[in-house]
Ligand binder design. Structure first.
Ligand code: CO
Length: 282
């Protein structure tokens, strides 16, 4: 697609993720957390969920707080309702995206509105720079039809959720972290190349089929962390494949996390807990 790249990044590490449950018992795979936060700065977390067993998702995520970062929920399939104490409410389904900037804090719930069928998608946590962590919360839903999408001559579909790819600009841009968030569908045998700034940390997560990056095959349900050498990445589908590609400009600031609070110092975490317990999240 973008033929301006001269050297593809390679896969530095494959990550399987950890099966866990969160909220009131939603089964999910935590692909990015802990030590990888530093390597993949400005990204803090990636959860992949996907199940057709209602017991694994029906309990949802009842009221819980966040402070200091942004959450991006991409719903591939299923219906989930968001409500928060800043007065926002929205229904997220089949291909929709929800972008929420927690900023100085809010309390929200994310509850399934289905009793059968598949619920599948991703939640990504994107850090905020220190100067923006205490900004007012912000929230927006984007219908699937609002997400720029392109079909290339080789049959590759690219959806641009954040950042820019070729001439398409996604639904969200951010100055400090410059996130790129693509959903890419490749038919077997197809190849896709996109530019990536060398400053940006980047990874792919394959959720259908498999792709090859250089000599490394990344199978379904695997994250491939991309090396920072090279000005782009070339993906080749060894079978019909679907994946998300994320890239972002590192903040290079200290990350101190306590559950749903991500700040720069321990003191700020104590403050967040105190504010939450004393009803100062709005
Ligand atoms: Co949440």
């Amino acid at each position: 697609m973008n033929n301006q790249t001269t050297q593809s990044r390679s896969i530095e590490q494959l990550v399987e993720g950890v099966l866990t449950s969160d909220g009131a018992g939603v089964k999910l795979t935590r692909v990015l957390s802990g030590k990888l936060q530093q390597r993949l700065d400005p990204f803090l977390m990636l959860d992949a969920f996907g199940s057709d067993v209602p017991d694994e998702y029906i309990a949802g995520f009842p009221d819980h707080p966040h402070r200091g970062f942004e959450t991006v929920t991409y719903m591939l399939s299923g219906r989930m309702r968001h409500r928060d104490n800043a007065g926002h409410e929205g229904l997220l389904q089949n291909g929709d995206v929800q972008w929420m900037t927690a900023g100085r804090g809010l309390i929200h719930s994310e509850m399934p509105e289905q009793e059968h069928g598949v619920m599948e998608g991703f939640q990504l946590w994107l850090n905020l720079p220190a100067k923006s962590k205490m900004n007012a919360p912000w929230y927006q839903d984007f219908a699937s039809s609002a997400i720029p999408e392109q079909l290339t001559a080789s049959g590759v579909t690219v959806r641009v959720i954040a950042g820019s790819c070729d001439s398409m600009t996604g639904i969200i841009t951010r100055e400090d972290t410059e996130p790129l968030y693509l959903d890419i569908h490749l038919p077997a045998g197809a190849t896709f190349t996109t530019a990536l700034p060398e400053t940006h940390n980047a990874f792919i997560y394959v959720y259908r089929g498999a792709v090859k990056v250089g000599e490394t095959i990344v199978d379904s349900r695997r994250m491939g962390i991309l090396s920072n050498t090279g000005d782009g990445v070339t993906l080749s589908a060894t079978e019909d494949a679907r994946l998300i590609l994320l890239a972002g400009k590192p903040l290079n600031e200290p990350v101190v996390q306590y559950g749903p609070f991500v700040m720069n110092t321990q003191e700020e975490i104590h403050q967040a807990l105190d504010d939450y317990r004393n009803g100062r999240f709005i």
